[in-house]
Design a binder for this molecule. Structure first.
Ligand code: ATP
Length: 271
């Protein structure tokens, strides 16, 4: 796996949050909408599948992969799409979306309706770790996607997804532990957690939750021949969590420089 190329691609998405890259009037665009528990992210790629724009908003309209506030979710997606339309001088028309592994067909439809209500036609519905593999290109191993609400995983064998799972426990649970520990509100805990220079301080406090995440992964890969684990999802931005996971699971654990944007980019690549 070419980690340098992957990190370069993700840092391009990162830079597109503030800097829009111009596109031609008739150029084909690829769009990915990630409806997450903590963030809704929209990534746009040009006809060469290079990132040109990205917009996101913190939201609590999805819970563990289920849309709990349909109107709110539609409003945020519409706002992000309008913002991107203006920035690009183009109207986005199609998108791929992703849902946590194992999401039922009715819930998948609800995700599609949210995005369609915001004016985009849904071309593909993927599961999140599979979308992430659009970026990683893993042939054999496990992709673990730890977002705001859940820990999801995909086992790959010769490039094919052979097993998926998704269980509650994600970044929200880390934030709740921090809020309780420091006597601060949830949103203050959320801000604290995202200060990378305080990760050394907070890692020991949230270690038991990370160990729980490792237990989830362990229970699903038990009895399989697994040689590597790759972490994606915003929660894996936590510095040093890969070492805790590796110690608990006993298999080499890798993560890209910015695991947060891997899945949104992978969704767009599958548009
Ligand atoms: P899910 O996949 O569970 O539906 P989601 O798609 O919203 O949720 P992501 O966007 O992958 O999940 O990640 C969001 C989580 O990542 C939040 O809990 C957020 O606090 C956390 N997060 C984002 N940046 C950082 C950071 N720098 N350090 C630690 N955690 C972070």
């Amino acid at each position: 796996m070419d980690f340098e190329a992957i990190n370069r691609q993700i840092s391009l998405v990162e830079s597109c949050i503030d800097h829009t890259i111009p596109v031609q009037p008739n150029e084909k665009l690829y769009v990915g909408v990630d409806l997450g528990t903590a963030y809704i992210v929209v990534v746009v790629l040009n006809n060469e599948k290079q990132p040109v724009a990205c917009a996101m908003e913190f939201s609590q309209v999805i819970k563990d992969g289920l849309v709990v506030d349909y109107i709110g979710a539609t409003r945020i997606v519409r706002k992000l799409v309008n913002e991107l339309n203006q920035r690009l001088g183009r109207e986005l028309t199609h998108t791929a979306i992703a849902v946590p592994p194992g999401t039922g067909s009715k819930d998948c439809k609800t995700h599609s309706y949210v995005v369609e209500s915001a004016g985009l036609e849904v071309t593909a519905v993927l599961d999140e770790p599979t979308a992430a593999n659009g970026v990683l290109g893993l042939q054999n191993g496990v992709i673990v996607d730890i977002g705001g609400g859940t820990t999801g995983l995909s086992v790959l064998d010769k490039g094919q997804v052979v097993y998926v799972a998704d269980e509650p426990t994600g970044g929200t649970h880390l934030t709740l532990v921090l809020a309780g520990n420091y006597g601060i509100s949830f949103s203050e805990g959320e801000e604290l957690k995202k200060q990378n220079d305080r990760h050394d301080e907070i890692l020991p406090i949230v270690r038991p939750v990370i160990q729980k995440m490792a237990t989830i992964v362990n229970s699903h890969i038990h009895g399989r021949q697994i040689s590597n684990i790759h972490l994606v999802g915003g929660t894996c931005c936590l510095t040093g969590m890969e070492k805790i996971m590796e110690k608990e699971i006993g298999i080499p654990v890798y993560k890209p420089a910015n695991p947060f944007l891997v899945t949104p980019l992978g969704i767009a690549l599958n548009c």
